[in-house]
Design a protein around this ligand. Structure first.
Ligand code: SF4
Length: 214
């Protein structure tokens, strides 16, 4: 990344952090993936119950590699090998009352709002109510400068790449942008905007100063 982009990212990050704190979130910052995973290991007690939302960002920081070990016996692993769809649903429901729920968001705005788009809404539910502490891990590529731009990013970048990731045959994978389809396999069914942290300080935003996920 060139110097100018780095400076711009630093500036947007500082503005977003101030707004998020004003909106009741805790905000912490890691300089890279390695520091991010170390911070999560310091925050999350080994005996805690831990749920997660599907997230390329978590994959990229190696979250599951650490938290599926025997050091974390109460990790609720929705992606365990050969897991049945009933078992996965049961884990997603148990995650709603976990000690920690860890996920990302599709975009975050400089005025301190988070945007999440989901298929079933399990991530959106746990991200807003239930778990004692929610932790959102975000690369600085997800910062946008307004709610309108945040929604555009969530729809036209995150959702389209998610369709490509899952090899969906929805129109966005052909044209490369969201046409707000009415497809029977439409991935984007639940949209949530978190404008304030409720209760205050029950959610942590962990910014990573790298591009992560989509
Ligand atoms: S609404 Fe439809 S076209 Fe838009 S990103 Fe979602 S699946 Fe693709």
């Amino acid at each position: 990344m060139n110097d100018e982009n780095l400076k711009l990212n630093e500036k947007l990050l500082e503005i977003a952090k101030k707004s998020l704190i004003k909106n009741g979130f805790e905000v912490i910052e890691a300089k890279n993936k390695i520091e991010a995973i170390e911070m999560l290991q310091n925050i999350i007690a080994k005996d805690a119950t831990i749920g997660t939302g599907g997230s390329r960002t978590l994959e990229e920081i190696g979250f599951h590699r650490i938290f599926t070990t025997k050091d974390y016996p109460n990790f609720l692993d929705r992606n365990a090998p050969d897991i049945s769809s009933d078992a996965q649903k049961s884990i997603q429901k148990r995650s709603l009352t976990a000690d920690y729920f860890v996920c990302s968001a599709n975009s975050i705005t400089t005025d301190g709002q988070l945007i999440l788009i989901d298929y079933t809404g399990n991530r959106n539910a746990a991200a807003t109510y239930g778990p004692e502490k929610r932790i959102f891990v975000l690369g600085w590529n997800k910062i946008t400068t307004s709610l309108e731009n945040g929604l555009k990013r969530a729809n036209n970048t995150a959702a389209v790449l998610n369709n490509i990731r899952f090899n969906m045959s929805n129109p966005c994978t052909t044209v490369g942008y969201c046409v707000n389809c009415d497809s029977k396999d439409k991935l984007c069914r639940i949209k949530t905007i978190i404008s304030r942290c409720e209760p205050a300080c029950s959610a942590v935003i962990l910014f990573v100063k790298e591009d992560l996920g989509f």
